[in-house]
Design a protein around this ligand. Structure first.
Ligand SMILES: NC(=O)C1=CN([C@@H]2O[C@H](COP(=O)(O)OP(=O)(O)OC[C@H]3O[C@@H](n4cnc5c(N)ncnc54)[C@H](O)[C@@H]3O)[C@@H](O)[C@H]2O)C=CC1
Ligand SMILES: O=C(O)C(=O)COP(=O)(O)O
Length: 637
């Protein structure tokens, strides 16, 4: 139903370099021809600089072309290599819309100041007709070396594209799409009806300033013009904001799909987040950015559809408010479990062998060989507060190292191996030589370990907190360390943590002996971060592309089949009686053929997905959106 019936013929005039393909063909040819050449970098740099000047309109095209080809020691073999290279460099959004190109091939033209020698094989591979490619051609000597180009070709001249279009005399409208000033010149001369500045690969202000529309992808061009396309809504218009330096794999995953991605190194405070969340549909954060009710209620957050916690803990996110607003939240529940466990084991050994003290002394030149204050972990009692993913994995590994494991969990958990369940926290605290915190960060866990709890512990206990900072009363820990109740401690998480690596860490634990302080790095290993960088985007993309909510921490979970030959309508509503009936009444009223329907609810919201045949009346969408208690509605195909 999105397909526009084109009353007047539209001719699509598409630029090749940095538009149809991601790169500049001539620059790449230079790089290929100069591979291994002693002046490689210098010549490539010179050619690139000339290309940029030309594209920005700073020097005339003819001058730029002549200078570049003169610098080029290329031959036919290099051109063949270039063709293969360029076939892999088709701009993602053109590659996604090959079907549109093939269906409309009669009206699609490549008009380029590049060379047919490499453009024709690449463009025809995507369905463009060879006779619709307008570009220059190289001249070669008998040995196949490029000697120059056809100087009579209009496209080798200044304003070449304008001259060519004048000569072609297109019938109907002409939509020009390109990244360069010469593409705009066709519009300036009145030969193109509209100029679309294409910014998927490069963005030049001098060009975008002149454009009728700026399009970040070919999908966006097709969307604006109501044409058949691969994405129901162009992803280049959807903003992804990734915070706290999530792994580059995550950035890549969103970029490949064509989203507009912004990555920030640090966390944001509430005010900063309110500012940055404007227009954002997908938000990625880690443990330090609080997504509060205030942020979510702000009009700037109105486009937010889904949130990824690139970590395990989700206490920093107001999950209930997200749910109420139809925002699905995902996390990576297991990807850094092992990293935390390994760190806890390492820290227990470091502390019980008093390695910190010994190492510090050695750095001061003191050789103090002695077994005093140095113990094995074997046979000692490890008390785990929280017996979830991390607690249980630590339980198994600690036991394998000969420890006796005790645990206390707020809910009834089955013991693994020979671990022993404690009925109360007090029981666990009184029995353990080592206490390691592995509860989640829910608010009610604030200060669950304070003065009273430290008092209940054995003397000389070793205390570890790798869970959340607010779980332990820091003052009480400091006192317990100073009094000798706690022999040593390892703390990775703090009630307040610096937002970026540039901020000073201020905490009363600083400077105390036998205290390992780490900057919340329990889950920060290369392995864990890479896993998270793949896992969380895969969840967010499944939700965006298909509607699946499997693994969501706040949403009705639905694992949906792939969409086949149908349109998928996703309706999120407050869970009040009768919504499904209202949805289906609308389908019945318009005689819509339902291909599949899925419903799941929580006490708060309902999520109905309906796959329908592609032919239906536009009014249906408005009516579905208009149902009382609708929170969010979207459509996929
Ligand atoms: N330092 C770091 O870099 C990392 C820290 N973490 C933190 O570790 C926490 C635990 O992770 P997982 O084991 O994967 O979570 P989980 O949800 O599998 O386990 C948490 C367990 O704690 C229990 N619990 C909650 N409150 C309790 C209380 N007051 N008393 C006793 N038990 C209680 C729960 O019932 C649950 O069994 C995360 O929520 C996160 O805050 C997680 C990964 C890395
Ligand atoms: O996974 C968690 O919950 C963590 O605490 C790790 O947080 P981070 O991603 O290092 O900010």
């Amino acid at each position: 139903m999105i397909t526009k019936t084109v009353e007047q013929k539209i001719n699509y005039v598409i630029d090749f370099d940095s538009t149809f393909t991601k790169v500049e063909g001539l620059d790449e040819l230079a790089a290929i021809a100069l591979k291994g050449h002693k002046d490689h970098d210098k010549i490539v740099g010179e050619i690139k600089a000339i290309t940029d000047k030309g594209m920005a309109g700073e020097i005339g095209f003819a001058e730029s072309l002549k200078a570049r080809v003169n610098l080029l020691p290329a031959n036919r073999e290099h051109v063949e290599t270039l063709i293969e290279f360029l076939k892999g460099k088709i701009s993602d959004s053109f590659a996604r819309n090959e079907a549109f190109i093939r269906e409309n091939a009669a009206n699609i033209y490549i008009v380029s100041s590049g060379f047919k020698d490499f453009i024709v094989p690449v463009a025809t591979g995507m369905g463009i007709l060879a006779e619709n490619v307008f570009a220059n051609t190289f001249t070669y000597d008998t040995e196949g070396n490029i000697t120059g180009y056809d100087v009579t070709n209009l496209l080798s001249q200044d304003k070449g594209k304008v001259k060519l279009l004048e000569a072609l005399k297109f019938d109907g409208e002409v939509y020009a799409i390109g990244d360069g000033y010469t593409d705009y010149e066709m519009r300036e001369a009145g030969l193109a009806t509209k100029f679309f500045a294409f910014t998927e690969n490069v963005e030049r202000q001098k060009v975008t300033d002149k454009a009728d529309e700026v399009v970040a992808s070919f999908d966006e061009f097709l969307y604006i013009n109501g044409l058949t396309r691969s994405q129901s809504y162009p992803k280049s218009k959807i903003k992804v904001l990734l915070l706290e330096n999530v792994h580059p794999k995550a950035v890549e995953a969103f970029k490949i799909e064509g989203f507009q991605v912004e990555l920030l190194k640090g966390a944001l405070d509430e005010e900063e987040l309110i500012e940055k969340i404007k227009g954002v549909s997908i938000l990625g954060l880690r443990s330090k950015t609080n997504l509060t009710k205030r942020v979510l209620q702000h009009p700037n957050a109105s486009r937010l559809m889904t949130v990824g916690a690139f970590c395990i803990g989700t206490n920093q996110i107001d999950l209930a408010e997200c749910e109420k607003r139809g925002i699905a939240v995902f996390n990576a529940p297991y990807s850094n479990t092992r990293s935390v466990v390994e760190m806890a084991i390492g820290e227990m050994i470091i502390l019980t062998r008093d390695i910190l003290t010994k190492s510090n002394k050695m750095h001061e030149g003191v050789w103090d060989k002695s077994a005093k204050n140095s113990y094995e972990i074997r046979g000692k009692k490890l008390g785990l507060v929280g017996y979830g993913s991390i607690g249980t994995q630590l339980s198994v590994i600690a036991e394998a190292m000969g420890m006796q494991v005790y645990f206390y969990d707020a809910v009834d958990k089955l013991a693994l191996g020979n671990a022993k369940k404690c009925k109360t926290l007090e029981e666990l605290l009184g029995i353990s030589d080592f206490i390691s915190m592995h509860v989640d960060g829910r608010k009610t866990n604030t200060n669950i370990i304070g003065e009273k709890e430290f008092e209940m512990m054995k003397d000389n206990v070793i205390f570890i907190n790798l869970s959340r900072g607010h779980v332990v009363d820091i003052k009480a820990l400091v006192n317990a360390l100073k009094s000798g109740k706690v022999w040593g401690a390892a703390v990775d998480v703090f009630p307040y943590e610096p937002k970026t690596n540039d901020e000073e860490f201020i905490n009363e634990l600083r400077g105390l002996p036998r205290v390992i302080l780490t900057p919340h790095v329990g889950g920060s290993t290369e392995e864990a971060q890479a896993n998270i960088g793949e896992f969380v985007p895969s969840k967010l993309l499944q939700f965006m592309n298909n509607g699946s909510t499997y693994g969501s921490v706040n949403f009705p979970e639905l694992q949906l089949p792939a969409l086949e030959n149908a349109h998928r309508l996703l309706h999120i509503h407050q869970n009040v009686p009768g919504i499904l009936a209202k949805i289906n009444n609308i389908f019945a009223k318009y005689n819509v053929n339902i291909q599949g329907q899925y419903l799941k609810t929580t006490t708060e919201i309902g999520y109905v997905i309906t796959d329908i045949s592609k032919e239906y009346a536009d009014e249906i969408i408005q009516e579905l959106k208009g149902i009382d208690n609708t929170i969010k509605f979207r459509m996929l195909y």
